[in-house]
Design a binder for this molecule. Sequence first.
Ligand code: GMT
Length: 376
Amino acid sequence: MKIAIVCYPTFGGSGVVATELGLELARRGHEIHFITYSQPVRLALLNPNIHYHEVHVPEYPLFHYQPYELALSSKLVDMVKLHKIELLHVHYAIPHAYAGYMAKKMLKEQGIRIPMVTTLHGTDITLVGNHPFYKPAVSFSINHSDIVTSVSQDLKEETYRLFDIKREIYVIPNFIEIDKNKMDVKSDCHRSMMATETQKIVTHISNFRKVKRIPDIVKIFFEIQKEIPAKLMMVGDGPERAGAEKLCEDLGISDKVIFFGNSNEINKILCFSDLFLLPSETESFGLAALEAMASGVPVISTNTGGLPEVNRNGYSGYLSNVGDIQDMAAKAISILSDDEKLLEFKENALQLAQEFDIQNILPMYEKVYEKALKMN
Ligand code: GMT
């Protein structure tokens, strides 16, 4: 199949999922065209089946806001015609499904019919989409997609609860490439550079937005390090980072916390991590938790959104109520203070992650594509 993938090219989970999906589809022989405003961070153009088309939004002083959706829909029309693309797979209802719908309409006028699959990732529904200003556009974009998928059962239910949706939503969970994960870190895991033998390593990875409850991470770690020699690895960047650095200073733990900034080699940090913290306010799936588990790192997370579909309480880690710092700290300490228990949780985490191996999940997308093509 010739498939156009539209996504955000940044470090967020949806961009990672879209990129990894495209890469694996290309390996399986499909021709993949990424269409977005800059090259996706995890995309290496080393495969003849991978193409990247940049969407340019020319600056024009008349426009207070430059019209990205317009540029994207025009680019989609041009690329579909030029490369004979058969299917659009857009990640995020707004603005991607919105722009995709316009592209479909323009193409139809020219006698070209093309189906659109929309994948919902969470923030479009739970945060952005729920804003009353965007609600009609999100409902419209979902209802006018040929097939809609969501990354968790919880997100599917939330979408039905918050919007007037008239179509079936298929759940296709996020995935991880277990083999690649193992290969990448074989010779590159430098634990001794980060901590002493006796220190345990706790890690968090995100885009440091408010929804991630970054101060909770620092406070949980503050409790952990009172009981156990430990270091905290903070990976990623975003609006909450400066506040977190200040909180570490105020609590007197700056020497035990490393802020890495953004990284696209997170498995080289996860490979030496003992525990992963994800105390988010909400999380449609929690890809970072799955990435941790695939590196054999147990997860302490909240029990909201799709997180219980990824992290199994008392098995791959623990789940607590949002904001319950004491509970999360106690559970972290219980795992980290008992080497036998830690090892067991590490093995469980890896085993559970295997259920989400890309080889199990990708055929679900292929099936959906075939169905969409038949519908058109
Ligand atoms: O984690 C983020 O805030 C980024 C966001 C995104 O749009 O990339 O992530 C969302 O999509 C990911 C991939 O499906 C999910 O794993 C994240 O849980 C989801 N984030 C939220 O729901 C807050």
